[in-house]
Design a protein around this ligand. Structure first.
Ligand code: SF4
Ligand code: MSK
Length: 649
């Protein structure tokens, strides 16, 4: 596939605020990723197709008709599969290392170490402990937490035992993994083994390599990432529905503006707490500001949105554009999805870029060693530095686009259960019934990143409209959730205008939006958890693979998305991806991932670059799964009487 041609600012992004800032960036002589994409596009064919190998120093080797094997004799299938497995490893390692960090903090708290953090959700400790068979009756929460945190850490380090968190999946789904030999051991071992297998001269069987990709991805989706979500909910609170705003217009001219960006919520959560303290508000006022606005970019944004209702400034491709407003005093970055160009962009203004994680420094950024043991003090120190920078803001360089939208977010699985069944009958029963009755055709998770190869957010926004019309309940995470927020699709009022009659009836009755924001990209595991709840609730088969559920990754960017796609497919969820992985040079690898895996998992990968075509393919998958369940009858719309409404609610 050749790279798409984008000629105008309007071709670059689906939202007006980004278009406006792209124009300002140009005027301010700022180079953005869109400019760099233009200089990089028409990418190397061997890289795109996964047919270049530089694993050893006899190479690099490039495979083509006249050179079908590398120096060592590796063919295109081995090379493409090895490259693919290394991408999955990058994704698994990143998401899981994030999980390890939060789990480790939990372990320290449980063992009585002074950390500056407290457990916010003790109910979640008990709920999660029960999932692992930990005795909870009459025990002190810290004791229970100690046992739980040790299990979490054990899932990173286990050598010969299957990870414990895998037991949270339905039995039949686990049986499938056992039958195909892909029950994973500890995350660390799975990643190390992947690097070993892909070293020169080790695993040369493309199928064997790809099966390890699935196995390792399970240690992420049903291990490291799942643990990240559980541990974060315990530590920072399980999200509840809340209302906030999204897009560049959340920045304010009259306040100090701080942007938190990245993925790990440990510092950003504390920043969100610190700015509410009176001493900080007073300090900001002395500096001539009305207060401090903390907004987020990428998944740190989603983390503090879900728990504090903090506004979202934008998604991945807006990180440079946010600085171009000229109104940002400080951008505090942690890990993942942070462009190394940020300090260069910031140089045009008074903005400080501050890195906070020792393993993630950026040349040109100020590094601030965040002291977790005195987290609030650390957060306040940084916030005060940002306030001190307010006086340096050049008002003539400021241009904040007026565009922002209201969003309702905070849909953890617990919250969805409450929405569906109320406090006393919290359950997925109403959703299962709505699916069985064909009021709702199925559930589609739209997740993942932005990529300047696409018009930003366009795929997501087009697809959401297509799916809502077909009565599909949409759940979202990561930058796609932010895209829908910017497009006004995260409020019941606007999204329901697009919903088909069945979906609309259900959402109106239970008071739920038809597009649910479930969190950051690590929180894709909430979607797996929701699928597990649906299976447990009954009436829709006994494995995730039987459910009318599909995953979509519209603008594939990160290696994390590759790992996520693998664990979804292995879990039995078909995944539609906006453009192919770097595997197209090998017909066998491509066929294995898009066709052969279906026999094992009842799901596969689909690469579709057009969202309208993707919607058609998704509906076909949902219909096939409904057919197999024997529930693919046409839904006859009838007006609900009181009795029907009680049944739905
Ligand atoms: Fe070339 Fe084989 Fe070395 Fe890869 S491992 S660079 S194909 S010689
Ligand atoms: S931030 S991984 S661009 S979703 Fe999670 Fe967005 Fe993708 Fe980063």
């Amino acid at each position: 596939m050749s790279d798409p041609v984008q000629t105008t600012f309007e071709d670059r992004a689906d939202d007006i605020a980004s278009v406006e800032m792209l124009k300002k960036a140009k005027e301010d002589c700022i180079e953005t990723c869109f400019d760099r994409y233009d200089t990089q596009k028409n990418h190397c064919k061997f890289g795109v197709e996964g047919t270049c190998c530089k694993i050893c120093y006899m190479g690099p080797c490039r495979i083509h008709a006249k050179a079908p094997r590398g120096v060592c004799g590796a063919d295109v299938d081995t090379i493409a599969a090895r490259n693919f497995l290394r991408e999955v490893t990058g994704g698994t390692a990143s998401h899981s290392d994030h999980g390890r960090h939060v789990a480790h903090l939990l372990q320290e708290i449980a063992h009585g170490k002074e950390t500056g953090y407290e457990i916010k959700d003790t109910e979640a400790v008990i709920e999660d402990a029960k999932l692992y068979g930990i005795e909870t009756e009459g025990r002190d929460v810290k004791d229970i937490l100690r046992e739980l945190a040790d299990i979490f850490i054990g899932d990173f380090t286990s050598q010969n035992e299957t990870i414990r968190t895998i037991d949270l999946a339905p039995q039949k789904t686990r049986n499938t993994w056992a039958a195909h030999g892909i029950l994973p051991q500890g995350v660390d071992k799975m990643c190390v083994e992947a690097m070993h297998r892909t070293h020169m001269g080790v695993d040369h069987d493309y199928k064997n390599l790809l099966m390890h990709a699935f196995r390792q991805s399970l240690s992420n989706g049903w291990g490291g990432s799942r643990i990240a979500t559980m541990a974060s909910d315990i530590l920072f609170g399980t999200p509840r529905a809340l209302r906030t705003e999204v897009n560049l217009g959340v920045l304010r001219e009259d306040t100090v503006n701080i942007i938190v960006h990245g993925h790990e919520p440990t510092l950003s959560d504390m920043i969100a707490v610190a700015v509410k303290h009176q001493d900080i508000i007073d300090y900001a006022k002395t500096a001539g500001a009305e207060g401090v606005t903390v907004g987020g970019i990428c998944c740190t944004a989603n983390e503090i949105l879900m728990r504090h209702g903090a506004p979202i400034v934008g998604n991945f491709l807006q990180q440079e554009l946010a600085l171009a407003t000229g109104a940002v005093e400080m951008m505090i970055v942690d890990v993942q999805c942070i462009m190394p160009s940020l300090p260069t962009v910031a140089e045009h203004y008074h903005t400080k870029i501050v890195s906070t994680v020792p393993m993630a420094k950026t040349f040109g950024a100020q590094h601030f060693e965040f002291d977790e043991a005195h987290a609030l003090d650390s957060a306040k120190t940084l916030v005060k530095q940002a306030i001190d920078g307010f006086k340096n803001r050049d008002k003539t360089a400021v241009n904040i686009p007026g565009k922002k939208e209201t969003v309702i977010a905070g849909f953890s699985v617990r919250e969805i259960k409450y929405m569906l069944g109320g406090t006393f009958r919290a359950s997925f029963r109403p959703l299962n019934d709505a699916i069985i009755q064909n009021r709702i055709k199925g559930v589609v998770g739209i997740v993942g990143c932005n990529n300047p190869k696409f018009k930003t957010d366009w795929y997501t926004n087009t697809l959401v409209k297509e799916l809502l019309r077909e009565n599909v309940l949409v759940v979202e995470t990561g930058c796609c959730a932010i895209a829908s927020g910017k497009d006004g699709k995260l409020t019941p009022e606007t999204a329901l205008e697009y919903a088909g009659p069945g979906l609309r009836e259900v959402c109106e009755t239970v008071g739920m939006p038809p597009v649910l924001h479930m969190g950051s990209c690590v929180d894709n595991t909430r979607i797996l958890q929701a699928c597990t709840e649906i299976v447990k609730e009954g009436g829709l088969g006994d494995s995730i693979a039987g459910l009318p559920a599909v995953g979509v990754c519209p603008e594939l960017m990160s290696e994390k998305a590759v790992s996520i796609s693998c664990y979804c497919v292995a879990s039995g969820i078909d995944v539609f991806i906006g453009h192919p992985f770097h595997i197209t040079g090998s017909k066998n690898v491509y066929k294995f991932l898009t066709e052969d895996v279906k026999e094992m998992f009842n799901a596969s990968m689909h690469f579709v670059d057009n969202p309208v075509e993707a919607a058609k393919g998704i509906i076909a998958v949902l219909d096939t799964k409904r057919e197999k369940l024997g529930i693919n009858k046409k839904y006859e719309r009838k007006l609900l009487d009181q009795k029907d409404r009680r049944e739905v609610a």
